[in-house]
Design a protein around this ligand. Structure first.
Ligand code: FPP
Length: 247
């Protein structure tokens, strides 16, 4: 951990946790066993991010497309999520972690929504780290719901076309209260965004590891952060301009 300097850490780390199913298949286990092991990696990574000092961590835990998976798998994922929230509340409070959830939460089972709302309420004052769970989340859904609300506000006379710019649009996204991610980690070796943050990833550094999510542990996180530390983020400028700006 001493290899990581605070100023070169991502402010917002987002993770596409992929490979639970393959992890289970490799062991001739049910896919749900992979998700259960994946929930263990979630515990480890949340704790490690808090220790390291990452202010915002977002986990893509359930996509809008995941609803089409076999019903027993969807139900098992919802149960795992609920159990995780109940089991980790103490840990979140003790470690000053605030929980947020983004996505089309109206599609979640009522008992999950109840636990989510309760956890968000109880952790609302925490300032050490914001842990956001993207649930029933799709990047395209997010953009469409933003456009719908902007259109409604325009119709009501509260917005004109000239008011619409990047800053305003960002405020209508489900991620309105989060900075754009600095680093995206995707496990299981797939080079895809899979309808995660489409708008928000414009200048995000991407790190893909072949490790499956249930095998992703603290040392893998540190490796990703070290690689991020060594990247030069140019935001469309030249390397020379960036170096002058650093002085
Ligand atoms: C992708 O693996 C993972 C998911 C669809 C769900 C992620 C859920 C967890 C890590 C556990 C529960 C979450 C929390 C926050 C406690 P996959 O099933 O697509 O893997 P595959 O591509 O190998 O089939």
């Amino acid at each position: 951990m001493h290899r990581l300097t605070q100023e070169k850490l991502p402010r917002h780390l987002a993770i596409i946790m992929d490979g639970n199913g393959r992890w289970a298949e490799q062991r001739s286990l049910d896919r749900v066993a992979g998700h259960r092991q994946g929930a263990e990696s979630v515990r480890i990574v949340v704790r490690a991010c808090r220790e390291i000092g990452i202010p915002y961590l977002t986990l893509f835990a359930f996509s809008s497309e995941n609803w089409s998976r076999p019903q027993p798998e969807v139900e098992a994922l919802m149960t795992l999520l609920k159990d995780y929230l109940v089991m980790e509340l103490r840990e979140m409070l003790d470690n000053n972690i605030r929980l947020l959830a983004i996505g089309d939460l109206s599609r979640l089972p009522k008992e999950v929504v109840v636990v989510l709302n309760e956890t968000m309420k109880l952790t609302a004052a925490a300032t050490g780290m914001t842990l956001t769970l993207a649930l029933s989340y799709g990047g395209r859904d997010d953009i469409i719901q933003a456009i719908r609300r902007i259109t409604a506000n325009s119709r009501d006379g509260n917005l004109t076309p000239e008011d619409i710019n990047e800053g305003l649009f960002s405020k209508y996204l489900w991620t309105a209260n989060l900075p754009d991610p600095d680093l995206l980690i995707r496990t299981s070796g797939e080079f895809r965004i899979s309808n995660f943050f489409l708008w928000q990833l414009a200048y995000t550094e991407i790190y893909v590891t072949p490790n499956l999510w249930p095998d992703f542990k603290k040392e893998d996180l540190i490796q990703a952060l070290l690689r991020y530390r060594d990247r030069e983020r140019r935001f469309g400028l030249t390397s020379e301009q960036i170096k002058i700006g650093d002085r």
